[in-house]
Design a protein around this ligand. Structure first.
Ligand SMILES: *[C@@H]1O[C@H](CO)[C@@H](O)[C@H](O)[C@H]1NC(C)=O
Ligand SMILES: *[C@@H]1O[C@H](CO)[C@@H](O)[C@H](O)[C@H]1NC(C)=O
Ligand SMILES: *[C@@H]1O[C@H](CO)[C@@H](O)[C@H](O)[C@H]1NC(C)=O
Ligand SMILES: *[C@@H]1O[C@H](CO)[C@@H](O)[C@H](O)[C@H]1NC(C)=O
Length: 487
């Protein structure tokens, strides 16, 4: 098996603290900057396209900046050349505290794949994902109220270079936009009306001839914070904590996964007391507030065996397992098993729910996890994940791990169960602030000695796991009340 070069792919950037003032050479002019912000629930996706012209010869490093306030919420950054799929190497620099007193910006540099000559242009696409950037407004809601969120950002895309033309389009997932800011100062650089709303989107700009705007003066005096208040019709589910143990066994070629999942609803807090009776009546009339999480489905790999689901009280009888449909009928990428989970109580804003989920799957299929685009799929952000991979007894010390993005920590240990004599090597990977982009496989390679059973003493195995992927499908409302809800 050829292992992909995973260390340099998307989302992985080097971080170098700024020790002295960062000197960004004014070697580019942005001819057009277009930022598109796709509002969502716990994730907001931002794509900024920089079409830029080289002002010098042999130019191959481009800088962009992200206001620190936004950078603190950013859990993913990748940069590509428009039309190309391979991500470029990105380096994050610290802040220059002297230059930026109140509203600092963070610098990122991008290595361009080739030298640019005078007047040569390139279009870079910078993709970022912000976690928990939209907050519920109002912050409290009655059980059947609709849910609305507030997002704020700077009206201008800041840059160390002059920008000839730029605009920002903010798209809401629902057509209901309650309000958006229209500060009068925006007419300074505006060509026509500085703000326009059309359907579910609000556009700031076009703005013309903006000077270099990475300094504190621009941040403090010219930049405007703009807000968009929009309706959001799905629950704001966050996985506050994911503790996953993946145990590999070559006996029976099995992969056992056990997850401890701590869910949190980040929607508006409940105003008043929860009424189950009212909830059931509303569910019957399909009038439950869309911030309430009544039930959800977790997608599992297609060949799952013996799934179980428990919470602190014990087995949850209202869960239902649906195996994947037979192979012939659907494309491989659309095959998955599902576990419908109905927590003991519906999850309201600010409420938590912890449960344990486990299953077995054939080892050789561990990489087959689906990517299908269900309309209702919520790829919840995971705030804190810890994944422990337990290798078979006898796996040797030449264990290697290939991760598609930088981990916060990787620890090696020995996992001892009472049946083991020597214990099994284990690796614990930790990562905070995961987004839907963090679903690429992790490769673990190791050598196992199977001397007792095979004449060939050493077999090399490798497995690819989508270890950090957890997919929820949330139905908008609890539409059915099963007769056996409470057992
Ligand atoms: C680069 O473009 C500018 C503006 O279009 C033009 O004035 C200048 O002569 C060009 N320089 C070169 C070296 O082609
Ligand atoms: C939970 O259910 C499974 C299978 O339905 C059963 O084997 C197990 O003993 C049950 N556990 C508890 C604690 O009730
Ligand atoms: C939910 O869990 C968090 C810790 O993860 C805790 O601070 C909070 O009080 C819990 N909320 C409720 C309503 O139990
Ligand atoms: C994760 O995000 C939170 C804000 O959402 C931030 O405070 C924290 O520093 C981030 N942690 C890491 C390790 O990036």
């Amino acid at each position: 098996m050829v292992l992909p070069q995973l260390f340099l792919v998307a989302g992985c950037y080097l971080i170098s603290p700024v020790t002295a003032a960062l000197q960004v050479p004014l070697s580019f002019e942005n001819t057009a900057v277009v930022r598109t912000i796709e509002l969502g629930g716990s994730e907001v996706h931002v794509t900024t396209s920089y079409t830029t012209r080289s002002l010098g010869k042999e130019n191959n490093v481009y800088y962009f900046v992200v206001p620190k306030k936004e950078d603190d919420k950013t859990s993913w950054v990748d940069v590509k050349i428009k039309g190309q799929s391979s991500p470029l190497l990105v380096e994050k620099h610290g802040i220059d505290a002297l230059l930026h007193k109140s509203q600092p910006v963070i610098y990122y540099s991008v290595d361009l794949p080739k030298w640019l000559n005078i007047n040569e242009s390139v279009t870079l696409l910078v993709n970022t994902i912000e976690s928990h950037a939209s907050i519920p407004l109002p912050a409290t809601a009655k059980q059947n109220d609709p849910q609305s969120l507030l997002y704020e950002t700077g009206a201008y895309v800041q840059s160390p270079y002059t920008t000839v033309n730029q605009r920002t389009k903010i798209r809401s997932p629902s057509p209901t936009i309650h309000s958006y800011s229209d500060p009068p100062s925006l007419s300074r650089f505006a060509v026509n009306a500085p703000v326009t709303k059309s359907g579910a989107s609000v556009t700031y700009g076009p703005f013309k001839d903006i000077p270099p705007s990475d300094d504190g003066g621009f941040s403090d005096e010219i930049q405007e914070t703009v807000k968009v208040h929009y309706q959001y019709e799905k629950p704001l589910v966050t996985v506050a904590l994911l503790r996953r143990a993946a145990e590999i066994s070559h006996w029976g070629s099995n992969l056992n996964i056990q997850d401890n999942i701590h869910l949190r609803n980040d929607g508006p807090r409940l105003d008043g007391h929860f009424s189950r009776l009212q909830f059931q009546q509303q569910a019957y009339q399909r009038a439950v507030g869309n911030h309430v999480l009544g039930s959800f489905t977790i997608r599992l790999p297609p060949d799952v065996r013996d799934p179980y689901y428990t919470d602190i009280v014990g087995n949850v009888s209202t869960s239902r397992f649906r195996p994947a449909p037979p192979k012939v009928k659907s494309r491989a990428s659309e095959r998955f098993s599902s576990l419908d989970v109905r927590p003991r109580y519906p999850l309201l804003g600010g409420w938590n729910y912890s449960f344990t989920l486990g299953w077995d799957t054939p080892l050789e299929n561990s990489a087959v996890y689906d990517k299908s685009q269900n309309k209702y799929t919520i790829r919840s952000v995971v705030d804190d994940a810890e994944v422990k991979v337990i290798l078979p007894e006898g796996a040797r010390a030449d264990i290697q791990i290939y991760t598609p993005f930088a981990m916060d920590s990787i620890a090696r240990d020995t996992h001892i169960t009472f049946l083991d004599t020597k214990g099994r090597p284990s690796i614990t990977l930790s990562k905070r602030n995961l987004t839907e982009k963090h679903t690429s496989p992790i490769y673990v390679t190791y050598t196992v000695s199977l001397s007792a059973h095979f004449s060939k003493v050493v077999a090399v195995s490798s497995a690819a796991f989508l270890l950090f992927s957890l997919m929820f499908v949330v139905r908008r409302v609890d539409t059915t009340i099963r007769s056996n809800t409470q057992k």
